[in-house]
Design a protein around this ligand. Structure first.
Ligand SMILES: [Zn+2]
Length: 253
């Protein structure tokens, strides 16, 4: 859910690279668009510059602000912006149709070009390579291994995003040797015993350690969590740098 200091899940991935498009504008991929996030996103880019939206799963805290993007594109006073790529799990189109109360298919197609993502099938957006792997959550959910050109050096860098998940086999290949692991940590050790939904700080830290990532960023903390408790859980098992995500934070890879 959103909290007093943060909207729900939304992450902006930017990369430079020509890849046939020309110009100097970065490629912009929005990963998840949870409650309250569309307004916050306006601080960082013009929505007409979004190249693709990628949804990890269809829970409300990861998708409902697609409705804001839809209105922005369709009713823009400067003219409709046309369709933008929207990639998500099976059922994404129907989910968005329900949320927007779209009257017919043409309404949705005016704003989005839908693509279904599938486990193990890499998606390309400009210079970015996005590999979805299925993770462990109550509904079909993906984590993403995202690779692209470094913005501070030569070569390729990798960001791994867990999406919503408990520990599972796919998290290791997802995160292996990543420059940055963006891991959800909604649960707290000793408090949230149910399995198959979320990581704890400790489980996120154990993943970061096993996968030998260079940096761990903890996110998706509900407002009832004490962030420092979750951070300490992770630090007990992962010796590398740990950040707590907050709105507007930026990492350059
Ligand atoms: Zn979820």
């Amino acid at each position: 859910m959103s909290g007093p200091d943060s909207p729900a899940s939304c992450y902006l991935i930017q990369a430079n690279g020509d890849d046939g498009r020309g110009g100097s504008r970065p490629w912009n991929v929005v990963v998840d668009l949870g409650s309250g996030s569309f307004g916050a996103l306006l601080r960082y880019l013009d929505p007409s510059d979004i190249d693709a939206v990628v949804l990890s799963h269809l829970h409300a805290d990861h998708v409902v602000d697609v409705t804001g993007l839809e209105v922005y594109r369709r009713f823009n006073p400067n003219g409709a912006l046309g369709p933008v790529r929207l990639l998500g799990p099976q059922g994404t189109r129907q989910r968005i149709a329900e949320l927007t109360m779209a009257g017919d298919a043409a309404e949705l197609d005016a704003s989005f070009t839908f693509d279904v993502i599938a486990a193990g099938h890499e998606v390309h957006v400009g210079p970015l390579r996005i590999l979805p792997l299925e993770v462990w959550h109550p509904i079909l959910s993906y984590g993403f291994r995202i690779s692209g050109p470094s913005s501070i050096g030569d070569g390729t860098v990798t960001l791994a995003y867990t999406g919503d998940t408990d520990s599972c086999d796919n998290l290791h290949p997802l995160a292996r040797d990543a420059d940055l692991l963006l891991a959800e940590a909604a649960f707290q050790e000793g408090r949230d015993e149910v399995r198959g939904i979320h990581l704890t700080g400790r489980r996120a830290g154990a993943l970061a350690h096993a996968a030998q990532v260079r940096r761990l960023v903890l996110t998706h903390l509900p407002p009832w969590n004490d962030p420092q408790v979750i951070r300490r859980e992770a630090a007990a098992v992962y010796p590398g740098p740990i950040d707590l995500a907050s709105p507007g934070d930026t990492w350059r890879l």
